[in-house]
Design a protein around this ligand. Structure first.
Ligand code: ADP
Ligand code: MG
Length: 385
């Protein structure tokens, strides 16, 4: 049974009727450009064939009733008194609802069922898939006519306000704007974007899930963001036109940040250089230069690990081990860090060899199972009829 069918069946069991709308919103990968989005830089993500699905229908009152198939939990609340707590799956749905309610009282009571196959907390952005699925389904249900960009921005705002992660726009943008077989080169300053067909001549993408998520993840994320903002403030004292690290040069960092604060300098330098790596990687992709692309991925990984300090032992082990395999062109940690997946570019047909070689090594070292995830690049948020 497809997950859309699962939604329909469960909706009938819980609410005794069919959903009026079923929506699917995907998770994402990101080829390169990590921690650049909240610095107004570039990112290179794509939506994948793993998604969050929501079925939804209006009620005749102001109650919201949510049912999660994956958590096997239901939750009921009045639309006028939404409550939030630490690490609740309901935060994402109610966070979106609160933002939309503040805009219009067209949003009233509803019944909702959610299910997904984006692995949680693995750097594939199941949370963005969930918020974008929620916005899109509420927009359809209550005729809100939200644009794609509004849906992405509401997802981002929800993470800030209802979850406490001050994320950039990449994950939500990729979930909503994803297109079959294409990477999205997004300029997070202008929000201009370009689809780049993914033609890895002779190579395939494999994700390897460390199966760990270290607890530092969201606190360190916000701390890195503060360091970046502090570096911008130092540069801005002299170069007043600077708004974000996107506008900053390495010379300016050397002049104004390095002498004042080593931590701010190191973090800001990473971001400026990560943007440069992304631009080179885009060129490499367009000219099918997989060797250069792969090297940029390795460079990005070790910069994320040693300079931005968002990697972990498990991720570093996976990347350093595959770097000795001739069939792997490049690899790096993907997502915010401290666990989740690595993204690997591997010669066509060689993924199984890599998995076989790595699995035992990984288990022997960490007593953890390595989980390979194959993905294909797919369309963004849409309604399923
Ligand atoms: P990531 O976005 O990297 O997967 P996050 O910690 O940001 O990790 O988001 C994961 C959270 O999103 C989960 O803990 C859960 O609250 C929510 N979530 C994601 N997918 C689902 C789902 N299918 N059903 C219910 N909640 C989900
Ligand atoms: Mg998330």
């Amino acid at each position: 049974m497809s997950l859309a069918e699962v939604i329909k069946e469960t909706f009938n069991q819980v609410f005794n009727k069919d959903p009026e709308v079923i929506v699917k919103s995907p998770g994402r990968i990101n080829v390169i450009g990590e921690h650049t989005d909240y610095n107004n830089g570039f990112v290179l993500p794509a939506a994948i064939d793993k998604s969050v699905y929501i079925g939804i229908a209006k009620r005749n009152d102001d109650q919201i009733v949510l049912h999660s198939i994956d958590y096997n939990e239901s939750y009921q609340t009045d639309v006028a008194s939404l409550a939030f707590g630490p690490e609740l799956w309901t935060n994402y749905i109610l966070g979106v609802t609160r933002i939309l309610r503040q805009r219009t009282d067209a949003v009233k009571g509803y019944n909702l069922v959610v299910v997904g196959d984006v692995p949680l907390g693995s750097g594939l952005s199941s949370s963005a898939a969930l918020t974008c699925a929620t916005s899109f389904s509420l927009s359809k249900l209550f005729d809100l006519n939200l644009s794609k960009l509004e849906i992405a921005q509401i997802g981002q705002q929800t993470e800030h306000e209802a979850v406490g992660v001050r994320c950039g726009i990449m994950d939500q943008f990729a979930s909503v704007f994803g297109q079959d077989n294409s990477l999205i080169k997004l300029d997070c300053r202008s929000l201009e974007y370009e689809y780049i067909p993914i033609e890895l001549d002779g190579y395939e993408i494999l994700l390897l899930n460390t199966n760990v998520k270290h607890s530092l993840a969201s606190s360190a994320y916000n701390k890195r963001r503060e360091s970046c903002e502090a570096a911008v403030a130092l540069v801005k004292e002299k170069y007043t036109e600077v708004e974000s690290l996107r506008d900053v040069t390495l010379d300016q960092l050397d002049e104004l940040v390095k002498p004042v604060n080593a931590e701010y300098y190191q973090k800001a330098k990473f971001v400026v250089e990560e943007n440069e790596r992304l631009l080179k990687a885009t060129q490499a992709l367009k000219s099918n230069d997989i060797k250069t692309l792969g090297k940029l991925l390795y460079d990005a990984h070790w910069a994320l690990s040693k300079e931005y300090e968002v990697s972990c032992e498990e991720l570093d082990f996976l990347v350093s081990t595959v770097s000795t395999y001739p069939e792997v062109a490049g690899a790096r940690m993907m997502g915010g860090g401290f666990g989740g997946c690595t993204i690997n570019i591997i010669k066509n047909g060689k993924s199984n060899d890599v998995i076989n070689k790595l699995s035992d090594l990984y288990f022997n070292k960490f007593s953890l199972n390595l989980k390979p995830i194959t993905v294909s690049i797919s369309n963004g948020t849409h309604e399923i009829l």
